[in-house]
Design a protein around this ligand. Structure first.
Ligand code: HEM
Length: 482
């Protein structure tokens, strides 16, 4: 396991950027804006990950910067300032920019290469403070001895629901409560060899998906301020946990895997592992059955061949069901995603509509959050404070089991010790002045705008692009305990 040693002479900055398509996929002008922005941000940041949100048609960039001052220098470059200033009132662009000191940030990973905020520091071995509850908290240094990293708010205000109404123009959040906890959980399953893939699918896949669903649907009552489940596109966009085990060996799950052009919209799987191939057959079959029954009862011409053809169709359908993945379906609960529309994989022409995407916000406990089959996943989360996510992680039975089984299988001496699944976590505790967010023509209820009816998350409407707050002007030192 590795962790990051962050610089102490200044904060480091993480800026999430996004562009909502306001349609199933970006139109020509939005696509041009996305491409232009992509180049601008890659030219300036230490590291950028380009993602797409699982449940809302939008692009998301996570960008990492050496310091707030480096971010400011880039933000004020003429080409960047002009780009942002020229965004139209319904642009759908937003940014949430946070800056963390070495005292209130941690990164942990089982991988050797840097991910997330590891780009802002130096990777070193993690030799202690792990494997026990409170491990993440123990990496943080308080600003004052009685600092418990607690929110000044007793509860999170009730958020406005995300709606399909766009708030025109520029909204700047001017106030944030102290101690909001920023967390990124990254997972990459693409390097796992077949044996590990099979093991992961049998032992961890359902648990991980259920836990992420529990996190994403935790809501304001459990302290989730904002959550975005996203997926990445390292070498093309692949939907589906590619091979999976049927208990006897590894089978390529062809129907659930497809490569989608990078410009495509995000997708989901109608019925996770049942095998989307079977669904059309079932439709054809039921229509055919009705037809056969009616001609049989009327004893119309050719009723015998129609009945035989129908019987054959039923045999084919049942065989297909058996030879694809029915055994796993029967054996493993009901991994059904409710808010995706009828395609094994989506492309520009077939896509979960905005309205159905919003439905996922209230998904029931039996439904999984969409898009969890992409092999590279990033969860971008803001919590009211650290205690809220600690509480959820310690008392949610699914995470407790996932954590316990993971430590046993991947820890020293475990059957998968040294395995190739990549997990990394970034966590930071933010003071109010270390946060900055603005939204240009985004859906009502997006990000922190969901709370701007409350004084704790006050906002203002800007008529033109405003500069960064004073926080970005001068470096501030921090002294972490080592
Ligand atoms: C495949 C997914 C996951 C696995 C296998 C997993 C496993 C683990 C393990 C092994 C630990 C102990 C780490 C240590 O002591 O250093 C841990 C802690 C923790 N995990 Fe997860 N986790 C997963 C996903 C998540 C996600 C998505 C979240 C959050 C939203 C989360 C929240 C936490 C928290 C807050 C702790 C620390 C609790 C404490 O210190 O008291 N985990 N997890």
């Amino acid at each position: 396991m590795l962790r990051t040693r962050f610089p102490t002479a200044h904060h480091f900055t993480v800026s999430l950027f996004g562009c909502q398509y306001h349609a199933p996929s970006p139109d020509v002008s939005k696509r041009a804006l996305i491409q232009k922005f992509d180049k601008l941000v890659k030219d300036g940041a230490l590291h950028v990950e380009k993602l797409e949100q699982n449940d809302l048609p939008s692009k998301v960039w996570t960008s990492h910067w050496k310091s707030p001052q480096h971010f400011k220098a880039w933000w004020e470059r003429p080409e960047v300032a002009e780009f942002w200033a020229a965004l139209p009132d319904d642009a759908g662009f937003w940014r949430e920019t946070v800056s963390l000191p070495a005292t209130r940030a941690m990164y942990e990973s089982n991988g050797r290469d840097p991910h997330g905020s590891a780009h802002c520091g130096e990777l070193i071995p993690l030799t202690e403070k792990m494997g026990c509850w409170g491990a993440y908290r123990s990496c943080m240094t308080q600003d004052t001895p009685d600092d418990k990293f607690s929110s000044p708010l007793p509860d999170l205000p009730e958020p406005k629901p995300l709606s399909d109404k766009i708030r025109p123009g520029r909204t700047r959040i001017t106030n944030f409560p102290d101690n909001i906890c920023f967390m990124v959980e990254g997972r990459d399953e693409s390097a796992m060899p077949p044996r590990e893939r099979a093991y992961w699918d049998d032992e961890f896949d359902d648990l991980a998906k259920q836990w992420i669903t529990n996190v994403m649907t935790a809501g304001a009552a459990k302290g989730l301020v904002s959550g975005r489940a996203c997926h990445a596109f390292a070498d093309g966009k692949h939907l589906g946990a590619s091979p999976f085990s049927d208990g006897k060996g590894v089978i390529e799950c062809a129907t659930a895997t497809s490569t989608i052009p990078e410009t495509a919209s995000n997708g989901g799987i109608l019925v996770d592992r049942i095998g989307p191939t079977i669904v059309p057959f079932l439709y054809v079959d039921s229509v055919g059955l009705l037809l056969a029954l009616s001609v049989t009862s009327l004893r119309m011409k050719y009723w015998q061949p129609i009945l035989i053809a129908q019987a054959l169709l039923i045999v084919i359908c049942v065989s297909l069901a058996f030879y694809s993945r029915m055994p796993r379906w029967w054996g493993k609960g009901t991994p059904v995603i409710t808010n995706c529309q009828g395609k094994g994989a989506s492309d520009d022409s077939g896509f979960t509509t905005t309205a159905s995407s919003f439905a996922s916000r209230s998904s029931s406990s039996s439904a999984l959050f969409p898009g969890l089959d992409y092999p590279q996943q990033n969860l971008l989360l803001f919590w009211l404070d650290l205690s809220h996510i600690e509480h959820l992680a310690r008392y949610d039975k699914v995470h407790v089991k996932l954590r316990h089984n993971f430590l046993a299988a991947y820890g020293p001496g475990g059957v998968m010790a040294g395995g190739d699944i990549l997990l990394w976590v970034d966590m930071g505790i933010l003071k109010g002045d270390e946060m900055d967010a603005e939204y240009v023509g985004c859906y009502e209820g997006s990000g922190f705008m969901a709370y701007d009816h409350d004084a704790a998350f006050e906002s203002r409407r800007d008529t033109k692009s405003a500069g960064l707050p004073v926080f970005f002007d001068e470096p501030r030192e921090s002294k972490p305990m080592e």
